[in-house]
Ligand binder design. Structure first.
Ligand code: SF4
Length: 335
């Protein structure tokens, strides 16, 4: 990891767009200011600050508490939340650290589990009023998929967000051997390797694929979310990671960007939101929840072997539901 200059920060997450050269120095300064402040201990886990200097792969969709976006070097736009960001105003670049810490103090004062989306923009604005100068909201930059080839760089996905240490070491060694000089931890459970143009990039992609990493943006494994499950988690009833690889093929039966969520228990750590298909581990196998959350009402109970045997049919029926409803005249307009 050291050979590739991997940044593995603790405390508040300061996320920059992968391949953003301009954000490297400011991000490192902000991390140091946050570390010195000691504020992380009073904040929710994974409290996130995005620092975007307008270069690199855009990450507008990344869930964040605070967002700083610079379109010129001397000023940053400050906002809270994501999709949409609520922009508060501009601060001088030299005051960015003080503004972030001032806003995080508001989160900390509201309780250790509080996220920026839980509070009003007015509370943050008033906390940093003395630092704000007038400015207008920046244009959205959008979001880029980190997986795949970029200019002089390659993005590799981690299947289901994890890999074994030895396999990661092989990937990192291959990257170094081929000339990579930096790796960026990217949203989307991906790593982006810098300084891999042309032929080295092609060789690296082939090696990564042989190690079962995700090299294709359309890889169906990206449609499956799985927690650690058994035996890694003491609360788990079922080993979900071993099932995830097989279930990925079934994800082709989903529409658009729908997801399958495999959860070792009803807590649903990996995806505590709605999913097209949620399989929740319990003593006898899996509860199947369609279009719901892990604690939602199940439509079937499946043994681990039933999951692969019966899920395709169940999804096919689900896919036909809108057509059948249309054929019956259901939802066909106002009465
Ligand atoms: S969802 Fe349950 S099994 Fe999975 S990591 Fe969380 S607590 Fe463990």
């Amino acid at each position: 990891m050291e050979a590739l200059d991997v940044d593995a920060p603790e405390g508040v997450v300061v996320q920059t767009p992968p391949l953003s050269v301009h954000s490297l120095g400011p991000a490192s300064g902000l991390r140091e200011a946050l570390r010195r402040s000691g504020i992380a201990a009073r904040l929710a886990p994974k409290t996130t600050v995005v620092l975007d200097f307008g270069d690199g792969l855009p990450i507008d969709d990344l869930a964040a508490d605070i967002r700083l976006q610079a379109l010129e070097s001397s000023r940053l736009h400050v906002g809270i939340g994501h999709a949409p960001v609520i922009w508060i105003g501009d601060v001088a670049a030299g005051n960015a650290g003080a503004a972030v810490i001032g806003m995080l103090e508001i989160l900390a004062a509201a309780g250790p589990g509080t996220r920026a989306r839980d509070l009003s923009a007015a509370a943050f604005r008033s906390a940093i009023a003395r630092l704000l100068v007038s400015g207008r909201a920046p244009e959205p930059r959008g979001t880029a998929d980190a997986v795949g080839r970029h200019s002089g760089a390659v993005g590799i996905g981690l299947p289901f967000g994890w890999t074994k240490a030895g396999t990661l070491q092989q990937l990192l060694s291959a990257a170094v051997d081929l000339g990579a000089d930096r790796v960026w931890a990217s949203p989307g459970r991906a790593l982006v390797f810098e300084s891999l143009p042309g032929a080295p990039a092609a060789r690296f992609i082939a090696l990564a694929s042989a190690l079962r990493f995700i090299v294709n943006p359309g890889d169906l494994r990206r449609r499956v979310v799985a927690c650690i499950g058994a035996p890694g988690c003491a609360s788990a009833f079922q080993p979900v990671r071993t099932l995830a690889d097989d279930v990925a093929g079934i994800a082709a039966l989903l529409n658009g960007d729908e997801r399958i969520h495999l959860s070792g228990c009803a807590k649903g750590c990996a995806h505590p939101r709605r999913a097209a298909v949620t399989l929740v581990g319990w003593e006898a196998g899996f509860r199947l929840v369609l279009d719901g959350t892990p604690d939602g009402v199940s439509v079937a109970s499946l043994s681990p072997t039933d999951v692969l045997a019966k899920l395709p049919d169940l999804l096919e029926k689900r896919r036909r539901r809108p057509e059948e409803a249309a054929a019956r005249g259901v939802g066909g307009g106002r009465g």
